[in-house]
Design a protein around this ligand. Structure first.
Ligand code: PTJ
Length: 252
């Protein structure tokens, strides 16, 4: 790995790039992960690689929705595990009610094994796999994303699912579940379908969400419910799009 000087103005972004490359080398992520990551990087560059107020608004709503859920689940794919595997495990340790389930698009049993081994190496002790005995099928999708673990997402009322494709997000919403996503592209089908879209880079989101959950844990349920009711995802997406347009103007 090339040495990245800490004072490089884009240090964090370059570190994330290295994490995804390492994930691909390990077999946790696929080559397609690099393309998906590059798309995210382009949006992040235009957004100034920082958390905006619309990102915080969505974080606050996400925290409230996760804390008031009956059975919240965190759906992780190869990119999420490569970029933020440790942070996913720490979030689950701090909030054990938010279960982890591995669900990947480019499915092979070997890849699932590689991801499981890696999560255990990072310290995970409890996580589920979508493809298992008794898997439940999710609605109208053809890909391997349709499997749900009977003890996990099949039972879930709220699913946190970052870096997701539009088909699964639509199917999850159509099934009556609430979906919280993380997507740097506010124009994507996932961003527009989810009930809560956090338009920010995944590693920053993980840090902010963990902090927010800590702050909110003791708040009364009514206050959290009021926060969810007043959240407007469409306004968040509009603000994100505006920020990207401003980013384009200031870089041209
Ligand atoms: O591990 P698998 O097989 O399940 O595959 C995972 C990927 C990510 C390859 C797969 O889900 C995929 O192709 O995703 P998409 O449809 O390209 O969507 C990924 C979305 O996440 C895009 O809208 C990107 O802009 C966004 N994105 C990429 N990296 C980040 C991101 N958003 C936030 N933070 C990032 N680091």
């Amino acid at each position: 790995m090339a040495e990245i000087p800490k004072d490089h103005p884009r240090y964090q972004s370059l570190m994330m790039r290295q994490r995804i490359i390492d994930g691909v080398k390990r077999g946790v992520a696929t080559e397609a992960a690099l393309v998906a990551h590059g798309r995210g990087e382009a949006f992040d560059y235009l957004l100034g690689e920082r958390t905006h107020e619309f990102g915080w608004e969505a974080i606050r709503a996400a925290s409230a929705m996760l804390l008031t859920a009956k059975h919240p689940m965190f759906s992780v794919n190869g990119n999420v595990v490569s970029l933020a595997g440790l942070e996913v495990i720490e979030l689950n340790r701090e909030n054990p009610e938010i279960g982890i389930e591995i669900n990947i698009f480019h499915f092979t049993p070997e890849r699932i094994k590689t991801i499981s081994v890696y999560l255990r190496e990072l310290g995970a002790t409890r996580f589920l796999e979508a493809v298992t005995e008794g898997s439940v099928l999710l609605g109208d999708i053809g890909s391997n994303r349709r499997y749900m673990n009977p003890e996990g997402i099949a039972k879930a009322d709220v699913v946190l699912v970052p870096l997701e494709d539009g088909d699964r997000c639509e199917a999850l919403v159509a099934s009556g579940r609430k979906v919280i996503t993380v997507d740097l592209n506010p124009l994507s089908r996932t961003a527009r379908t989810a009930q809560i879209t956090i338009v920010d880079e995944l590693s920053r989101v993980m840090q902010n969400l963990r902090e927010q959950l800590k702050q909110d844990r003791m708040l009364p349920a009514e206050e959290l419910s009021r926060r969810i009711a007043s959240f407007d995802n469409r306004a968040v997406l509009q603000s994100a799009e505006k920020a990207i347009r401003e980013g384009l103007r200031s870089t041209s």
